[in-house]
Design a protein around this ligand. Structure first.
Ligand SMILES: [Zn+2]
Length: 398
């Protein structure tokens, strides 16, 4: 079982001997701070961005933070996952690079050459949109799909892949329960090799590999198996690890999420994880998955704010619930949703810098002192309130 049944926030469960110990980076939805915590749940570093967070963040090998933020005036704000602004911040919270484009959405990925892969919403031409199968209702005008772009450090697009030029309107069909306003809805992009990228397309229930050289889709998998996949990651063994949200799964009434490892060579599922009571692990959207160095998985169950680590056998190794609550839409009110999480163990360059580790330890000590002061203050307040009640009861003759 990979869930501790409790309403507590912060660190819930920790079994050090079976964990891939390190630091965990997480980005609360609608917040402005990104947190790096240790295995005990202590905040060891935090970054503050000038707008609301828009998606999963990454630490770069130089310890900088790569982070998507939301712009307020996006023309595609009505589409899920819109961001519009990317920040790279150094360890002292300075913005060292930024890129703004209102059609940006979801995931970003820094490449080894220093460029950045981004996802953008684009219009599908009406003659193509009218041929796209699936979905509910009339074809929207405009219908939206995705472009993937490589942006250099000056903000110039040096490579682009446009979904409607390479997908098949007859075969790459929209989820039968979703509206026809969007065709593809990419949610993640990862690097396979020098040529290929791995992309998750939520609306068509598929993960695909695409060739950067030819634009061709070289591998597509998921229809009939996946339901709103949110993230796919390339593994060192050549397999693909997918977080499948499990929303709108054909023929399945109850929503539940799964992790699936698939061999792209033959399409075989070689590993999977779901909870024994299926909806004990369910995030209807967002979330993340990461295969760790010891073969465990770090998972973000976005809509419960829960980040957990499981072994290959599905045993819980670590569990943490986001204690920070932020105001979302007026309908949702405050919530502790988390876009995604990443673990950096002690072999990762991102957290291996001695100065950074020293700074993080200092902050941890400060955090403990602050927490201790707050606890003393709460205890003192409680004590004085108790005295007042006793005094009032005494006045009444009790
Ligand atoms: Zn759907």
């Amino acid at each position: 079982m990979g869930v501790a049944r409790t309403k507590l926030n912060g660190l819930i469960f920790y079994q050090p001997s079976i964990c891939c110990n390190g630091y965990t980076l997480f980005a609360p939805m609608d917040g402005r701070k990104v947190y790096l915590i240790d295995m005990q749940g202590n905040t060891v570093r935090q970054w503050r961005i000038p707008c609301s967070l828009g998606g999963t963040c990454e630490l770069l090998p130089n310890s900088n933070l790569l982070c998507p933020g939301k712009v307020g005036d996006s023309p595609v704000a009505h589409l899920e996952g819109t961001t519009g602004h990317i920040f790279e911040m150094d360890r002292d919270n300075n913005i060292v690079w930024e890129y703004k484009e209102p059609h940006l959405h979801h995931n970003i990925r820094r490449l080894e050459n220093g460029n950045t892969l981004v996802l953008k919403y684009i219009h599908v031409p009406p003659d193509v949109a009218s041929r796209v199968k699936g979905g509910v209702g009339e074809t929207a005008d405009p219908m939206w799909a995705d472009a993937i772009q490589e942006i250099d450090t000056s903000g110039k697009a040096v490579w682009e892949w446009v979904a409607y030029e390479h997908l098949d309107p007859e075969k790459d069909t929209i989820c039968p329960i979703c509206r026809k306003s969007e065709w593809t809805h990419a949610t993640s992009v990862d690097v396979v090799d020098d040529d290929k990228l791995l992309v998750t397309f939520m609306r068509i229930h598929m993960v695909m590999m695409i060739s950067r050289k030819t634009g061709e889709v070289t591998w597509r998998w998921g229809q009939g198996e996946l339901a709103h996949p949110n993230e796919a990651r390339m593994l060192h063994n050549g397999n693909v690890l997918v977080l499948d949200n499990g929303r709108h799964a054909p023929g399945i009434g109850l929503g539940f999420s799964r992790l699936i490892e698939v061999n792209p060579g033959n399409g075989a599922m070689v590993w999977s994880f779901q909870e024994r009571i299926p909806f004990d692990f369910y995030t209807c959207f967002m979330g993340s998955v990461q295969r760790l160095r010891n073969e465990n998985c770090l998972v973000c169950e976005a809509v419960t704010g829960r980040i957990f680590e499981i072994t290959p056998h599905g045993d819980l190794a670590w569990e943490f619930v986001n204690p920070h609550r932020h105001k979302g839409t007026p309908e949702w009110g405050k919530h502790n949703f988390v876009y995604g999480a990443r673990r950096y163990d002690h072999q990762d360059a991102s957290v291996a810098d001695e100065a950074l580790i020293k700074a993080m330890e200092t902050m941890k000590t400060q955090y403990r002192n602050d927490t201790s002061k707050v606890a003393q203050k709460v205890a003192a307040t409680a004590s004085s309130e108790e005295d007042k009640v006793r005094s009032r009861l005494a006045d009444l003759g009790y």
